[in-house]
Structure formats: structure tokens, C-alpha cells
Design a protein around this ligand. Structure first.
Ligand SMILES: O=C1N=Cc2cc(Nc3ncnc4nc[nH]c34)ccc21
Length: 320
């Protein structure tokens, strides 16, 4: 009972400020100040009204963060609370904010800065994948800059969609007399891909989705636009303003599935061959061939002490 009582008093331990750090569909992230040490923290406030946000789902995310506390490139989780209407997840406060907002504010952004950010994200992914966890939602909003005045080091956040490592790779316990009503107990009915998921290679490959996402982030950091973009015939469909458009969405999915992207000379002419080579090894449709986090960290462009100081056109293109 003591344990749960403590959980109910977020406001006894922290005071919310009116600084909003971000908001998603079901949660908002705000700055709060600890009454204990006077330091700023970030708190993700999850609305309980959305019944898909159960305590079980919160505790799973909390547990995933606790597995990652040793990794310097994953935002540090501090503690969680709840009251009748919200869950509160408290994190260390990072002062640089989300990656793209940071890059837009910079007058110039160099390959060397892109290399350092890439190394930090690959380090976080190597740690997660080493724990058997796939992030599954790697995107610029989930890459946070630690400092206001420089783009690296960065940390990844939001493990809500992260996969949980399988307890063990043992195949499902098969009972002698299969109870036909409960498919889990009887492997006789499992499809090949389900058997594969239990014991096959697919477990190894489910982390590779994060490496594709990393490839898209590196591409955007180097030129300021995405490798795959959807566009429909209707000029002012609203897609570019962030409004939904089914035709654009379908076009985007088709382009991703075809994996057809290129390096337009205007921006990519001045970018090193090593940087392009790394992107080529990540935006690979075949997961068997797609680079792992270890391979990214061993790649010449990432390993080198510094990449070319070439000033990129990223910031101006991001503004478009
Ligand atoms: O788990 C999280 N899901 C979203 C999220 C955002 C988030 N945001 C921030 N955390 C710490 N400092 C931040 N500064 C800006 N946004 C910040 C932290 C943790 C999570």
C-alpha cells in the first residue's frame, strides 16, 4: 500500500512549469522541477482516458527503460507516478530538444556533425538490439539533443513501441493431447512463419527495421529532405502541410516498398562517397543484407575521427 500511495503524489515531488517539450496523440511532455533537488526534469504525461494505456503497458515501458539505464545514448528514466486521470513518467531533462528542430535553428550543419549524431544513434541501437529489443519508432522526434549549443551528443527516447525480448527461444510448450480450443498449446496448427518467429531467423531480423529508419535519418541530416516522399496528382491536397491524403500515403508506401531513392546532385554532389556508401547499406530492402548497428559503427565514415567539415544545405532545405 505504501508503494502505491507514493505513486499517487507526483505533485508532492515535482512542480510542473508551463514549458511544453512536445506532445503526441496520447501523451504530452512537459518540464517539471523537483522539489527535492530543484533540478529540471522532463515528464511524459499519459492520459488514462485512452483505455489502451494500461498500467501493464506503462510498466513494460518502465522496465525497458530500466534495462537501458547504463546506455548514455538513451534518455535516463527517473521514476513514475499516477493519479486518477494520468500516468507520469519522469526523465532527465535534455536541453537541446528534438534533432530536426535543433538542426533548423543552426545556420549551418556539417557532415562531421551528422557523423557524430549517427554514431550516437547507432550506439543506442547496438545497446537495445544487444538486449534483444527493437525500438520500432526511430524518427527525428525521438532523437533528443543533450545540449542547446551543439547538436551532439544525442539520446533516443520513447520506448513505448519497443519490442520485448522473447523470454526464451524454446518452442511453445506442446501438450500431448492438443486442446484444440487453445492454439498456443498445440504447435500442430502453427503456420511456418509463426514457427519461424519462435525459433527461426526472424527474431534476429526484427531489429533491422531500426537500421532502415537510421538510414532515413542520416539521409535527411545530410540534405534536408527525405529519400522517399509521397505525392499525388492533386497539387493542394494538404499532404505537404501535414494533412492526411490517401493518394500521397499510398504513393509513399509504394516508393518505400520499391526502395527507389537517389542522391540528387544539387545537394549530394558535395557529400562524401563514404557517407553515401553508408546510406546505401542501410536503405536496403533485403533485411539479410541491411547493415547491423555494429556494422554501422565499424563503417569508415563513422569510425573516422572526423568527417569533412563541408557545410550542408540541410537547414535551408528543412525550412522549405
Ligand atoms: O518516453 C518518451 N516518449 C516521448 C518522450 C519525450 C521526451 N522528451 C524529452 N525528454 C527530455 N528532455 C527533453 N527536452 C525536450 N524534449 C525532451 C522524453 C521521453 C519520452
Amino acid at each position: 500500500r505504501r508503494h502505491s500511495r507514493k505513486r499517487l503524489n507526483f505533485r508532492n515531488f515535482y512542480e510542473l512549469t508551463d514549458e511544453h517539450l512536445g506532445s503526441g496523440a496520447y501523451a504530452s511532455v512537459r518540464t517539471c522541477i523537483s522539489k527535492e533537488d530543484g533540478q529540471e526534469y522532463a515528464v511524459k504525461i499519459v492520459d488514462k482516458q485512452d483505455e489502451s494505456h494500461t498500467r501493464w503497458r506503462l510498466l513494460r515501458e518502465v522496465n525497458t527503460f530500466e534495462m537501458c539505464e547504463k546506455c548514455d545514448n538513451i534518455v535516463k528514466f527517473i521514476d513514475w507516478y499516477e493519479d486518477e486521470s494520468n500516468f507520469y513518467m519522469v526523465f532527465e531533462k535534455l536541453h537541446g530538444g528534438p534533432l530536426l528542430q535543433h538542426i533548423i535553428r543552426k545556420t549551418y550543419f556539417t557532415e562531421e556533425e551528422a557523423r557524430r549524431v549517427t554514431k550516437d544513434i547507432a550506439t543506442a541501437l547496438r545497446f537495445l538490439h544487444g538486449q534483444g529489443i527493437a525500438h520500432r519508432d526511430i524518427k527525428p522526434e525521438n532523437i533528443l539533443c543533450t545540449e542547446r549549443d551543439r547538436v551532439s551528443p544525442v539520446k533516443i527516447c520513447d520506448l513505448d513501441l519497443a519490442s520485448r525480448p522473447m523470454k526464451s527461444h524454446s518452442p511453445p510448450k506442446v501438450v500431448a493431447e492438443p486442446d484444440l480450443a487453445s492454439p498456443v498449446g498445440s504447435a500442430e496448427f502453427m503456420a511456418p512463419e509463426v514457427v519461424d518467429a519462435f525459433i527461426g531467423e526472424s527474431l534476429k531480423y526484427d531489429k533491422r527495421c531500426d537500421m532502415w529508419s537510421l538510414g532515413v535519418i542520416i539521409y535527411i541530416m545530410l540534405c534536408g529532405y527525405a529519400p522517399f516522399q509521397g505525392e499525388c496528382t492533386n497539387e493542394d491536397c494538404g499532404w505537404m502541410e501535414g494533412r492526411p491524403c490517401d493518394d500521397c500515403q499510398r504513393d509513399l508506401f509504394t516508393r518505400i516498398q520499391l526502395g527507389d531513392y537517389d542522391f540528387p546532385e544539387e545537394e549530394w554532389g558535395m557529400i562524401s562517397q563514404e557517407a553515401k556508401d553508408l546510406v546505401r547499406h542501410l536503405l536496403v530492402k533485403n533485411v539479410n543484407e541491411r547493415y547491423t548497428a555494429d556494422q554501422v559503427l565499424e563503417h569508415p565514415w563513422v569510425r573516422q575521427q572526423s568527417a569533412p567539415p563541408t557545410i550542408l544545405q540541410t537547414a535551408s532545405n528543412l525550412f522549405r
